[in-house]
Design a protein around this ligand. Structure first.
Ligand code: GLP
Length: 266
């Protein structure tokens, strides 16, 4: 596990974008797992800038999003389909056929749909790099507390805390996640199969979840603590998000050694 500490939100976003850009340059046909949420906005802005100025070429990249609200069609302004197109896909050259986002409008055999999404990930060779944010309660994707650490893609009901957090995206009177309280999400077991994982967290509201995930016990009460089981996970944090970590000095020293020994990890 590598913990990269950055001064502020902007530096953290830029660093995470550079790590993704580096992975794409190394492997132009990268299979990239993508995440949504406020935290990702700055990161996607940087990736778009790298595409426009670089140019960073996404034409060989295959993407799989983590999750979607069940019951929201792709056209709904609060769907993660809309979020991804608005903030990322329409600005870069990922081919439409290479974009995969769970379909929130499916009905009927949900298990079969989830199995087919996982099968598509396998058919693409598995996820090379999975990008993650984190919820205040430590959720990754929509794996709320008490999710099995071996869980697969499935429907998942949102907790009260996540409903409150995510309702900020919905305008007054707008049909919100209160009506779409179930989601379709990659499981923790699915996420852990990615070859590399990059978790980006910024802001003081994430400090407790980050400390528990990195330094606390592995527990289904904090889904992101399962990342301790993964052999290649990098956390990119700004100072407020890192504030409750007990071992900050140690992470700084590890970073100095990493810069000397394996600079391409940074
Ligand atoms: C949602 C998403 C998560 C994301 C989390 C944090 O619940 N499903 O993937 O990490 O929100 O969002 P934010 O960055 O807005 O705090």
């Amino acid at each position: 596990m590598l913990v990269i500490l950055k001064r502020d939100n902007e530096e953290a976003n830029e660093h995470a974008a550079q790590l993704i850009a580096g992975a794409i340059k190394k492997k132009p046909s990268l299979t990239l797992g993508l995440a949504t949420g406020n935290t990702m906005l700055g990161l996607y802005r940087h990736l778009v800038r790298l595409h426009q100025s670089g140019p960073l070429d996404f034409s060989g990249v295959v993407t799989f999003n983590l999750d979607e609200y069940l019951g929201l069609p792709a056209s709904h302004p609060q769907s993660y389909h809309h979020f991804m197109h608005e903030h990322f896909f329409r600005h870069v050259n990922v081919l439409e056929r290479n974009i995969h986002i769970p379909d929130g409008s499916i009905r009927g055999d949900y298990d079969a749909y989830c199995a087919s999404y996982e099968q598509a990930i396998r058919a693409a060779g598995g996820i090379d790099l999975q990008l993650l944010g984190i919820g205040r309660n430590g959720h990754i994707g929509f794996n709320e507390p008490t999710s099995s650490l071996a869980s697969r893609m499935r429907l998942k009901v949102l907790s009260r805390e996540t409903l409150d957090d995510n309702s900020k995206f919905f305008g007054p009177g707008e049909e919100g996640p209160r009506c779409a309280i179930t989601t379709i999400t990659m499981g923790i077991g699915t996420i852990l199969e990615a070859r590399k994982i990059l978790l980006l967290a910024t802001g003081a509201s994430k400090a407790a979840a980050i400390a528990k995930s990195i330094e606390g016990p592995i527990t289904c009460a904090v889904s992101a603590s399962a990342l301790q089981l993964h052999p290649d996970v990098t956390f990119v944090l700004d100072e407020p998000a890192a504030a409750q970590l007990a071992e900050r000095d140690y992470y700084h020293r590890v970073l100095q050694m990493t810069a000397l020994l394996t600079p391409d990890r940074l």
